[in-house]
Design a protein around this ligand. Structure first.
Ligand SMILES: [Zn+2]
Length: 150
């Protein structure tokens, strides 16, 4: 074999290792609804989520209605179901949280309730809607108001 063949072979092995590794290393499965994509590792969690929160599309649609945000195209919210509480800051955790940098919601499937998801969806929609970042405390006022109405 020539040196070029060795290099091509090594690159191919690296390519395969990367892709096979990703396929086996990624535990997340996803379920796309009209307004959300829900990521889960166990199908039972997906069913528990529906039991705890109800129909996610009805909830998302209600949140949009209450906030009055008029999107041309509603962005899909990503919700990750996990079994731990979500880290917020300074050691504080909660059953659900919105992470603006990653633009995703995490929810503890063992404790999350409908109003938590309504709250986090509000953060998501508000952050996506405005070009300028709405200060956290202002978002909180809106999110708590929406959660009380769902
Ligand atoms: Zn909040």
């Amino acid at each position: 074999m020539t040196r070029t063949c060795y290099i091509i072979l090594i690159l191919f092995i690296i390519y395969l290792a990367f892709h096979v590794g990703r396929a086996y290393g990624d535990p997340w499965q996803d379920c796309a609804t009209t307004y959300c994509t829900i990521y889960y590792t166990d199908t039972k969690d997906l069913m528990r989520f529906e039991k705890r929160v109800g129909d996610i599309d009805s909830l998302a649609s209600r949140v949009l209605e209450i906030t009055g945000l008029r999107y041309k195209e509603v962005p899909k919210a990503q919700i990750y179901l996990q079994h731990e509480n979500c880290y917020i800051a300074f050691g504080i955790t909660a059953p659900a949280a919105y992470y603006p940098k990653e633009k995703l919601i995490r929810a503890n499937i063992d404790y999350v309730k409908k109003h938590h998801i309504a709250h986090e969806l509000t953060h998501f929609y508000v952050c996506q809607y405005f070009l300028m970042y709405m200060p956290g405390q202002m978002q909180e006022v809106v999110a708590q108001w929406v959660e009380g109405k769902t």
